[in-house]
Design a protein around this ligand. Structure first.
Ligand code: ZN
Length: 285
């Protein structure tokens, strides 16, 4: 298993693959590297090739920063499927779901900042997405950062509950990610009181670099297995309740962002910043 390169590594890889490609003077490979934590060398090469294709398709002589940013997004979320038109009601549902992720994330101290929200369908299964990019390079994560990540993941389903008192299948991927994180908190990182400081997992964490010596499974008694299930469930339930509470308190903001998404499909940059920044100011300390 090859670990994802750090920021300096990503800049170096981008420079190598940018050789021979005509870059516009506004291009900052460092900025691209900052927005791509978790990318491996092949992903970065892929993004540069995509950017070159985009520039060609637009009959531009050089690759612009915008081409590069769009290419990165395509690698992150899959290709846009403009032809995959959602019905009006579905668009509203997806908009509230994504706005829920964004409002919860923006209200939390240790969640990654929201970079972009979109309800343009992408890839095979993605109807919309909320793209968060860490403010700094992270090699270890605190328990509070993991909990904030869980709350943000639960924000989509919580928004559906707040607005529609109903749920959709759209949260399956969020729940999968959240469950993996909660399991690792309990079984790998010793972050639950009930299970304590025991290392039970046999799989290496999906969201952190490899840890030495985590290859062997430890046998788990039936009692412990039940306890682990219980702790994981409790962490997830609590994260969902927290997300719900935030959205109930900030419902006008949730609605404003969802309506803006319905109208414009995508929010990013200053516009998004302007809508989310006030949440940082009045978040509970
Ligand atoms: Zn979601």
């Amino acid at each position: 298993v090859i670990d994802a390169p750090d920021l300096a590594g990503r800049i170096a890889i981008l420079k190598v693959h940018a050789k021979g490609k005509p870059l516009a003077t506004d291009v900052s490979l460092e900025k691209i590297a900052r927005s791509t934590p978790g990318f491996c060398g092949a992903d970065l090469a892929n993004a540069l090739n995509e950017a070159a294709l985009l520039a060609t398709r637009r009959s531009h002589e050089v690759i612009s920063q915008k081409d590069l940013e769009e290419a990165v997004e395509k690698v992150v979320a899959g290709p846009e499927r403009k032809s995959h038109r959602l019905g009006d009601e579905e668009r509203r549902r997806v908009a509230f779901h994504e706005a829920g992720h964004a409002v919860v994330a923006a209200s939390l101290k240790d969640a990654d900042p929201v970079h972009k929200i979109s309800i343009v369908p992408r890839g095979r299964a993605t109807l919309g997405y909320t793209w968060q990019v860490p403010a700094t390079e992270q090699f270890i994560l605190s328990k509070s950062a993991l909990l904030d990540r869980l709350r943000s993941l639960m924000g989509g389903r919580a928004a559906e509950e707040v607005m529609f008192h109903d749920m959709t299948t759209g949260a399956a991927n969020d729940l999968e990610k959240a469950t993996a994180i909660a399991e690792q908190m309990v079984c790998v990182f010793g972050m639950s009181e009930g299970v304590g400081l025991v290392h039970y997992a046999h799989q290496r964490p999906l969201f952190l670099p490899a840890i030495e010596g985590d290859a062997l499974p430890r046998s788990v008694s039936p009692e412990t297995a039940t306890l682990i299930d219980h702790e994981v469930r409790q962490i997830l339930d609590q994260a969902y309740q927290d997300a719900l509470e935030i959205l109930l308190a900030k419902r006008p903001k949730l609605e404003a962002i969802a309506e803006a998404l319905v109208a414009r499909e995508t929010l990013d940059g200053e516009e998004l910043e302007g809508m989310l920044r006030p949440l940082k100011a009045d978040r509970p300390s």
